[in-house]
Write a protein that binds this ligand. Sequence first.
Ligand SMILES: Cc1cc2nc3c(=O)[nH]c(=O)nc-3n(C[C@H](O)[C@H](O)[C@H](O)COP(=O)(O)OP(=O)(O)OC[C@H]3O[C@@H](n4cnc5c(N)ncnc54)[C@H](O)[C@@H]3O)c2cc1C
Length: 295
Amino acid sequence: MVRISVAEADREIGVRHPVLAHGFVALVDYMGNDAAIVQAARVSYGRGTKSVRDDRGLIRYLMRHRHTTPFEMVEYKFLVRLPIFVARQWIRHRTASVNESSLRYSVAPDDFEPLAPESIRKQSARNRQGRGDPLPTDVVEAFRRDLDRISKDAYSAYSRALDAGVARELARTVLPVSYYTQWYWKTDLWNLFHFLSLRLDLHAQEEIRLYAAEVARLGRLVAPAAFEAFDEFALDHLELSRREIVAVRSLLAGRTPEAACLEAGLPLTREDGKPMTSGEGVEFLEKLERIRGPG
Ligand SMILES: Cc1cc2nc3c(=O)[nH]c(=O)nc-3n(C[C@H](O)[C@H](O)[C@H](O)COP(=O)(O)OP(=O)(O)OC[C@H]3O[C@@H](n4cnc5c(N)ncnc54)[C@H](O)[C@@H]3O)c2cc1C
């Protein structure tokens, strides 16, 4: 038996792709590819199968019907360098295997994330977790100066503590979350899809989205048909709640979107009569916008 390899992915092994100011994503290793997914799935059919779908069609079928375990036959190992504030979000994905560089053993590198000026924007009025409109340049520059000064001061305090003999595991406590860490991150394709569906989403923080995009780009090289099915049935798809289905029925009967929301019990106004900026009704209208498309 010959070990599965994908030339496009092999060329990327160990290549560090920059993300943010000092970060990177590198594909270190992988196991399996689209064929491994198909091979695992066909075990289910056993002997006497009447119709065996072609590989791409089978992968699309598996994705549509959430037959998930064949996707777990593909594994990825990445080396990632990322700011601690991104790492805190990333580490919440519990189904991966992680080994992080330890600041108990080694000295932290003197790299913090300075944030690109265009990424520093106003608190979003609609999304309590997100950012929105641009800020005046002086506000952006003042914030970046503070970030620079505080991060450098913290690193000076860290270095002074180390020089004075303070244990590394204690000295590190002065470092802010702008500082970088590094880890190996190993996961299978199904859990990678779950990670990507959450972290490529516009609701995820911009910085982790940049990492997720790079992980997705490298992951796609290994299993392009699986990623195509993921794009179509998991990433770029729309889910409708029971109320939203009622609203769509109203729309098909000729009601306006606002009347359809009212009929379906999807609120668009607050108790004081003011329009809502978030919630189920607003999200349904956003889904309609997506379906309408640009223009
Ligand atoms: C936009 C956004 C905002 C967020 N905001 C916050 C926040 O404000 N505060 C906060 O604390 N977190 C926040 N999170 C983190 C979020 O709640 C999840 O912890 C994180 O996204 C990991 O998702 P997960 O558990 O599905 O993934 P994984 O840990 O990778 O798990 C994958 C799947 O395995 C199953 N699973 C794994 N472990 C268990 C378990 N112990 N029990 C049951 N099922 C399990 C679940 O089906 C899960 O979906 C946010 C995440 C996103 C994307």
